[in-house]
Design a binder for this molecule. Sequence first.
Ligand code: HEM
Length: 419
Amino acid sequence: MSKSIPKIPPNLQILKLTFLFIGTGLSMFLGAMIVGAWLIPDLVELSTVRTPKGWFLAHLLLLGWATMVAMGASFQLTQVIMRTTLFSKMLGYIQFVLHVAGVIGLMLGFYTHIALIIVGGVSVTIAGILYVYNLLMTCRKRKEWNVFVLGVSLSLGSYLLTIFLGIAMGMQAALGTNAHMYEATFHSHLWFGIAGWLSGLIIVYSLKLLPMFYVSTKKVTTSGYWIIGLYHVGVLLHVISIWSEMQWLAHIATGCMVVGLSLFISYIFAVRKYRRGRLPIGTVKVAFYLLPMMFVLFIAWSIAKLLPKGIPNLTEGLIVTIILGWFSASILSYLFKIIPFLWWPHRYQTKEQRKSAVLLYEMLPGNRMTIELIGYLVGIVLVVSGFILENSILALVGQLIAVCFVVIYLMELQKVFRY
Ligand code: HEM
């Protein structure tokens, strides 16, 4: 569709589009964190996140922040992985408008009228279809098959299923039909959205990004197919077990995911072991260590679910940890590398400019920002503890600490643009 402009490298051709998604995502994150200081203590007091306040916050963070940044970054990463240019920039802008309008509609819908959930949901869905089409057409240009194409395609499939299931819930609630299917739809929505889409995407991009950031000689091999394959088969089996009510299938599903994730964790440690780069890695350390930590939490959650009496608020606690802890901190950590990486070639385009240019790794204070990101995570640990112990004051204190550190971290991040 779009004609490639000679001389301008592909990463710069779509720079504005990428920054539009990333900038809007970051603003929505900041907004969600600030509003969270009001909403999170209320949710703790209500002892449930399944209220309009919970839906509002969850979707602002998942669709407005994590998905928005993932979309912007994936345009760039797909270009890098496929060594080609994005199929259409224009489609990207149309998708942006529809996605933002849809997210706003959805947010209002959760508070006001179900019809708005459906209208907003349809807008998000059209944006999602345009996004998937744009990426698939970009991949078709090279007609290449590799583990990244597989992983990103499976995550995109999960994303589309998540939004279809979301609209199905809105329709069921509005029309009162198929009420008996509502809970199964809801749980499938969660599995595809949190596990299939965003966790799956972080896993596949980490396969690519960690060796790049660590400058490691360890590259992904056929084990990558096992990691991605077993993980997504596990997610799918979990959803089938929900609909078929076959509990034993859920155990096989968890088994598949645990094997796939074990391979993944041993892969990332090998990446670090075969590191050749000597330059500081900055906040990427945080994203790195969060991976094994989340793996251990997933196993602990799977075991705790087997207990006859169960643990109250366990799944809610895990979901809050995943969204605010893992997703948000990993995205913030990867942006520490991605933003300078995009800005530097834009700022220094000629050989002459590059002679006196600042070094890429000197653009941001890596050690200080790592401490700030850890400070943010300490706040989130208190928020999750507040949820589990049903202590709203603890959750509020945690959220305020997290907000302070996020503000400082974002102020540091924008220092890239002073160059
Ligand atoms: C068209 C887009 C979407 C629509 C219409 C939609 C709709 C809904 C609805 C109606 C609920 C409330 C279910 C209930 O508690 O009874 C819900 C909950 C939820 N959705 Fe979505 N959703 C969409 C996209 C997504 C995406 C992309 C994700 C994840 C990446 C997601 C994650 C969640 C989560 C975590 C909850 C539980 C929130 C809570 O209980 O507070 N949704 N969604």
